[in-house]
Design a binder for this molecule. Structure first.
Ligand code: ZN
Length: 362
């Protein structure tokens, strides 16, 4: 489970702080970012830090909010020794003067949630999440089996996977999520859409987005002029919008579009603090770009499905690079989110064959 769509990958080099404009967005810190273990104040009382991730995404951005007599952490990094050691250094060093009181997690993906359980136990902080994210994470952590359930095999079989792909999938077992995150506290503070949190004497409003994850929390502080966007708005990556086994007939792209519309009601002047790439101005332009990216994919799919196609037969239309066994699950989820959206609009029809589905223009 990763954050980015398979359509775009970039790794860049660090440079001096110098504002840059790129593809309609402006980056006040340019191509600069904090080194591991470093904190950078990006707005009054809002600190930016980075934790490492494997090639591809390369890093996740985390934020620390000054709460007067304590710190509030937003997102936590992967469950790796490297990330753990960096946190230990920060807690003993620059953050050492006062306690961590709350750990807010925008959504349950392991790069955001990975160290949350450990941080809460280690510091005594309260975990704050939306219910959809907390319960989904708890469910996935408890669901570990030797082999995938029959529903999962059927789900991918109907998408057109061949025997080799299905056997490789079976061999990987089921429930790897539980190993990717530290055990969560059994209690949490539930954040709801439009909740107002008081942090550092200022109001931070929760704005829930859907489509990338069940109930993704963004945080807006108009007084500080910032939007902590999580994975809901990324400047140069198209966030992954996928159909998963558990909600096999979902239409997450429709929810994603609705969320883009909601976020567009926020002021365009906010400094957007994303989970990947760098802080930027240009919220509305980026929301438009994200929509356009999906609309182009939808148009290409319509062309592709003039003849009946298996899900697997749409990959070359959607993704710039060939799909291998290691990313076939994500590719299938993303292809299905677009196909289900078109099916919901009546622009494609699903034909049920004995052991696979076909999508075709009616
Ligand atoms: Zn994510």
């Amino acid at each position: 489970m990763t954050d980015q769509s398979l359509t775009d990958l970039e790794i860049e080099e660090q440079a001096p702080i110098e504002a840059v404009e790129f593809r309609g967005l402006s980056y006040p810190f340019g191509r600069w970012w904090p080194a591991p273990g470093e904190l950078k104040e990006v707005a009054a009382g809002v600190l930016w830090l980075r934790m490492p991730m494997p090639a591809g995404l390369d890093h996740i951005n985390l934020y620390v909010l000054d709460d007067g007599d304590g710190w509030v952490l937003v997102d936590t990094g992967l469950r790796t020794d490297e990330t753990r050691a960096l946190w230990q250094g920060l807690l003993a060093g620059p953050l050492g003067g006062k306690p961590v009181t709350r750990v807010i997690v925008t959504h349950m993906h392991p790069d955001h949630l990975g160290q949350a359980g450990w941080l809460c136990r280690h510091t005594g902080a309260t975990l704050c999440m939306t219910r959809g994210e907390y319960l989904t994470a708890r469910m996935l952590m408890l669901d570990q089996q030797e082999e995938p359930p029959v529903e999962a095999m059927t789900f991918y079989g109907r998408a057109g996977w061949d025997g080799e792909d299905l056997e490789a999938f079976r061999g990987r077992g089921w429930g790897r999520f539980g190993n990717a995150v530290t055990p969560l506290p059994v209690q949490y503070h539930r954040m709801r859409d439009d909740d107002a949190l008081t942090i550092g004497g200022r109001t931070w409003r929760v704005v829930v987005g859907r489509g990338h994850s069940p109930e993704h929390a963004c945080l807006v502080c108009e007084e500080a002029g910032v939007l902590i966007a999580g994975d809901q708005v990324l400047p140069r990556i198209t966030p992954n919008v996928s159909v998963h086994v558990a909600e096999f007939d979902a239409n997450p792209l429709e929810e994603w579009f609705d969320s883009l519309d909601r976020l567009k009601l926020l002021p365009d002047s906010l400094l957007v603090l994303p989970s990947h790439n760098e802080p930027f101005h240009g919220l509305h332009a980026r929301l438009d770009q994200l929509r356009l990216d999906h609309e182009r994919k939808l148009d290409r799919l319509i062309e592709r499905c003039r003849e009946p196609r298996k899900v697997r037969e749409t990959f070359e239309t959607l993704f710039k690079r060939p799909i291998t066994n290691s990313d076939i699950m994500m590719a299938t989820g993303e292809a299905l989110s677009h196909l289900h959206y078109l099916e919901g609009q009546g622009r494609l029809r699903r034909q049920r064959e004995a052991d696979h589905d076909l999508f075709v223009v009616p």
